[in-house]
Structure formats: C-alpha cells, structure tokens
Design a protein around this ligand. Structure first.
Ligand code: SF4
Ligand code: SF4
Length: 324
C-alpha cells in the first residue's frame, strides 16, 4: 500500500517531473449556489439534500456578477450546487450572465424539473441557451435508482425527453446537453468514448433520447462517498487504485488550473472538492468573492490533498469528464 501522508500527492507530482500545482489562468468561475437539493444521492460530494439551508444570498450573487462583469477573461460561469435551480436567485444569476454574453453551464440533476414551481425550468434554460450538464450514472434503471433514489431514473428520462423536445442535444440548435456518468462503487470509470457510444445506442433505442457528450467522472474520496468507503472497509483499496493509476498526462488539464470556485457564502476555493473539504485558496490569494482579483488568483498555488488522486487517476477526471 503506498503511503497516505497528506503531502503524498505533491510528492507524486515531483517524482513524475511536475512542479507544485499552480493555476495557469481563470476562464471559468464555478459558482456553488448552495447545498439545497431535492435528492440525497449516496455518492454526493457536497452532502446536499432537502434539509440543507446553506444557499447563496441575492447580495452574494450580485458580488459574483460584479466579478464576472469586471473580468471579461471569465468566459464561462459554471453553476453548481446542490440542485442549483433550488436557489431562488438561480434564474437571476443566469439571466445576468447571459446578458453579459457569458457561456452558462447548469449542473442539473434532471428531477428538479418536477419539483413544485420548477416545471418552467426546461424552457427557461433553452430560452437562455444554457448548457445543461445532467447526471445519469447509468442507462439502466436499477443502477440509477440504487445510487440516486427510487424513481429517479424514470423522472430523469422524462426530463431528458422534455429537453430534447426543446431542441437540446440536436445539431444546429446550440443547446448542449451533456450527461455525466460516475461509477456505482469504488472503481474507476470505463473508457469515456466506449461508454458514450453505449449510452447513445441504449438511450436512442429505448427512449429516442439524444445528447451531445457523455462525461465520465471518478468518485472522489470525500464526504458521503468517503463515509461509504470507510463503512464498507474499502477505503484503503480504493485509494490504492487511485494512487497506482496516477496519470501524469492529466496534470496540465486539471480543472483547478483554469477555474476558481466560489462557495455559497462567498469563500473561494480551488475546486468544488476543496470547497467541500473547507480548503480555501492559498493564504496569499484573495479569500472571498468580495476581494476577487483575477490576476492574483490566476497564478495562485493550488491547495492539494489525498483526494486529488481522484482527479489524476486513469484517464483523469474533471467536471468536463476525462482529461487525457
Ligand atoms: S449528487 Fe447532485 S443530485 Fe445528488 S444529492 Fe448531490 S447535489 Fe443533489
Ligand atoms: S481535487 Fe482535483 S481539481 Fe481539486 S485541487 Fe485537487 S487536483 Fe485540483
């Protein structure tokens, strides 16, 4: 078993000829608008759920928008949660970012379209040309319901149909619908291109559903998934899989090198995983969205930990799927 000291990831980087991780630029602001969600999935890395009360206020949303406005280098605003649409200021955030001409991504769990007062969401997203990144951890009902809750599969399929009917996933509409797969248990995802082809065939054959890309994402050893690993006695074996699968070719494309993450309360982190672990950006960099300074953040040293092996294992893993 490789050593599991907290500095092990930096040591691995050095051994493979990489300097300590630094940001290269910031072209994306990832905005986590809160932990409120209509689901409670077993792998959730933010411990989201219906009882969570931590959500971004309108005042903080306005500070986020001001940072976006002042920095044209931020081409993409990547909105995540929880279920981001459950935040009452979600639509305002989208409208304002689109009015500034920025690309907007919504990390959507699909079932939120069936929450009371949210049925208008598919049309809202289409009207604002929002890229939808939707979780669908399998094309088989049993597997999805096991990970995400009973009935989630059926509602997800229905939601994908609604999006398709609005033009999502169809060439020439500009409405991108990308799906996200993560493994059911403590193992690495299969090759992305192969799985994408399987999803495309199965979803078309069974339901006539179209989508653009499938992103495969590695389960990060943090939060609810980490608890599961400990409970089932699989933590050490999973970490060993991640560590021994370290892929140096993934390092340049790590998402922390091109984005910064803002938490619901305005604090800045290198990525959503660091944020969940309460790891702020390095001390020398601005700590909150109120002090946002793109030039300083764009060359910050990235704060790393054991969980970072989740991003560099196998083909690499980011919010946009495999890296290398
Ligand atoms: S994984 Fe997504 S949908 Fe599931 S509980 Fe977490 S935030 Fe909600
Ligand atoms: S978890 Fe991944 S994205 Fe976050 S700091 Fe570590 S390597 Fe970067």
């Amino acid at each position: 078993m490789p050593q599991l000291a907290p500095a092990a990831f930096d040591k691995t980087l050095a051994e493979r000829g990489h300097t300590p991780l630094r940001a290269l630029r910031i072209d994306t602001l990832q905005v986590n608008v809160g932990k409120l969600c209509n689901q409670t999935c077993t792998h959730c890395h933010v411990d989201a759920g219906p009882a969570r009360t931590e959500i971004m206020t309108r005042e903080t949303v306005d500070v986020v928008l001001d940072a976006v406005r002042r920095n044209p280098e931020i081409c993409t605003v990547d909105i995540t949660g929880g279920a981001p649409e459950m935040n009452p200021h979600f639509e305002y955030l989208v409208e304002q970012c689109r009015a500034m001409g920025r690309h907007v991504m919504d990390r959507c769990n699909l079932t939120v379209f069936f929450v009371r007062d949210k049925q208008h969401l598919p049309k809202f997203l289409a009207d604002h040309q929002v890229e939808v990144i939707a979780s669908l951890p399998c094309y088989l009902e049993e597997n999805v319901d096991q990970q995400r809750g009973k009935g989630v599969y059926g509602r997800s399929i229905e939601a994908l149909r609604l999006l398709n009917a609005l033009g999502y996933g169809r060439e020439g509409t500009g409405l991108a619908l990308n799906l996200v797969y993560n493994p059911l248990g403590p193992k690495l995802p299969p090759p992305q291109a192969d799985l994408e082809a399987d999803y495309r065939d199965e979803l078309a054959k069974r339901f006539g559903i179209r989508f653009n890309r499938l992103y495969t994402i590695t389960n990060m050893p943090i939060s609810r998934f980490l608890d599961d690993l400990h409970r089932s006695g699989q933590y050490e074996a999973y970490m060993e899989t991640l560590i021994t699968s370290f892929n140096p070719a993934s390092v340049d494309g790590l998402m922390c090198r091109s984005l910064v993450n803002v938490n619901w309360d305005g604090r800045l982190s290198d990525c959503d995983f660091n944020q969940m672990l309460d790891l702020p950006v390095e001390g020398a960099a601005p700590q909150t969205i109120h002090e946002f300074d793109l030039a300083r953040l764009a060359r910050r040293r990235v704060v790393t930990g054991m969980h970072c092996y989740g991003c560099t294992a196998g083909a690499g893993s980011s919010c946009g799927g495999t890296i290398s």
